[in-house]
Design a protein around this ligand. Structure first.
Ligand SMILES: Nc1ncnc2c1ncn2[C@@H]1O[C@H](COP(=O)(O)OP(=O)(O)OP(=O)(O)O)[C@@H](O)[C@H]1O
Length: 233
């Protein structure tokens, strides 16, 4: 059942905090006193390997629950929200792509099949594939896909769902630099044009500088820096 506090109908002004994190502690991995993530902006999370970036991202759609503290989404404590309702609005593309036996079409629509959203036709699927520069046929088997192709397939599967918030964990880690820029550029452009919020973990400082409205640096589980681009918010 979708609860009253599921955040679906709450409309907030662009740039106002979409997520607010207060005194979050998780094992010895995360210790975040305060952090906010603005609505309809591109927030990049950077930091050394093992600093806690993925763990922070996984908290935002309640894939992990904090030991203490609070995360608010549109002012609502996510612990009080129906997790399914939350994850329909806040969708994560994990670092290691998950693919399913079958063809490209099946891999693209499998998320839709479990959502309450209407099915889309092949033309729409092809448009999402173009957006992530995946030049494959919908009937092709994914058996022989490279790591980078699987990664783009997974990104397209998330985009098909058109969620309010895209949590992207190293979305271009398996891509060469040129493809990385093309794909990230297209996703960012789509998000900006359609009022979506992106929270992206990236190893690439240049990607963060180029696309992030806000750049959050995590160091040993703590927020060590928040850079806000001039005029971004
Ligand atoms: N479920 C868990 N239980 C215990 N330790 C964990 C768990 N998940 C992650 N860790 C540890 O927490 C730390 C942070 O992991 P996390 O994956 O969040 O880092 P990261 O900054 O995303 O790293 P990378 O850039 O290498 O992906 C690491 O030391 C990791 O080994």
């Amino acid at each position: 059942m979708i609860g009253l506090n599921d955040g679906c109908d709450v409309d907030i002004a662009e740039g106002i905090e979409l997520f607010e994190i207060k005194n979050l502690k998780y094992k010895s991995i995360l210790n975040v006193e305060y952090l906010n993530i603005p609505d309809r902006k591109i927030t990049c999370i950077v930091g050394e390997s093992g600093s806690g970036k993925t763990t922070l991202l996984r908290h935002l759609n309640n894939l992990i629950s904090q030991d203490s503290g609070q995360i608010l989404y549109k002012g609502v404590d996510i612990e009080s929200m129906n997790p399914i309702s939350l994850r329909r609005q806040v969708v994560m593309a994990p670092q290691n792509p998950v693919v399913f036996n079958g063809n490209v079409r099946y891999n693209l629509i499998i998320g839709l099949m479990f959502s309450e959203k209407p099915m889309v036709n092949d033309d729409v699927l092809k448009r999402w594939m173009d957006l992530v520069h995946l030049n494959k046929g919908l009937d092709e088997s994914i058996d022989k896909f490279s790591g980078g192709e699987k990664q783009r397939l997974c990104l397209a599967r998330i985009l098909v769902l058109e969620p309010e918030v895209l949590l992207l964990d190293e979305p271009s880690s398996a891509l060469d630099e040129d493809t990385e820029y093309l794909v990230v550029n297209n996703i960012v452009t789509y998000a900006k044009d359609n009022g979506k919020t992106v929270v992206m973990v990236t190893h690439s400082k240049s990607v963060a500088q180029r696309y992030g409205d806000v750049i959050i640096t995590i160091d040993k589980g703590r927020v060590s820096d928040v850079e806000q681009k001039e005029g971004a918010i």
